[in-house]
Every structure is written in C-alpha cells, then in structure tokens.
Design a binder for this molecule. Sequence first.
Ligand code: 5GP
Length: 120
Amino acid sequence: MVYDRNNIFARILRGEIPCRKLYEDEHVLAFHDINPQAPTHILVIPKGEYVSFDDFSQNAPGAEIAAFCRAAGRIARENGLDGPGYRILANHGAAAHQEVPHFHLHIFAGRLLGPMLVKD
Ligand code: 5GP
C-alpha cells in the first residue's frame, strides 16, 4: 500500500492540524485521541511514513522501532498508567477497521477495560 501524505496524522505531523500533544522526540509523537474510547486514550505515532504495523514492522530501521517501543512505555509510565494498568492496540487493515493509514498505537486506560474483544 502506498503511503498517503495527506492522511490526518501526516497533517498533524506537519503542524497543519492541531493536536493535544503529550510527547515528542526525534522519531515519535504522541497525542490525545480526538474521540476517546476510555478516560485516557493516547495515540503514539512514528514520524516516519508507515501505513500500518505491517509496514512499520517490515520496513522501519531498528533504531526507529526501538525508539517507538521505548517511547510508548515511557508515555504510559509518565502518565501514571503502569500502576493501574493499560491496554495497547494497533489496527492493521480493513478487518481491524484501521481508519487512519499512518501506523499508530492506541493506549487505553483510566477504567476497567473489560474483555479484550467484544464478542459477536
Ligand atoms: P484506527 O481506527 O485507525 O486504529 O484509529 C484512528 C484513531 O484516530 C481513532 O481513534 C480516531 O478517533 C482518531 N482520530 C481521527 N482523526 C483524528 C484527529 O484529527 N485528531 C486526533 N487527535 N485523533 C484523530
């Protein structure tokens, strides 16, 4: 899949659209989800152009993957989520209902999160 430079997270990264930023470093940006599904709902994105987890895990340099993983854990700790607990999730593709075609990790916390998947 070709990366769409006009996707909403690319526009956030370019500063064309505002976000409620929580964290930023050389490789990573994290901000609050605009439509939170839990009291805390954070999105963590790499600054590189990756369509989804599949693309990121295959094509990102090791340093970017390591920075992303470290940042996600740090963001959770810095927001006090490691004690009570949190859930991380990444949607890839149509079956998972991925809406934004720029790889992102969701971090959910702030209440009991229930079973992992809603049953049909
Ligand atoms: P996906 O379904 O692709 O895994 O999740 C996309 C997420 O991006 C959704 O939770 C949605 O609420 C969030 N989102 C979509 N547009 C915006 C936006 O403009 N700003 C922010 N902060 N979040 C957004």
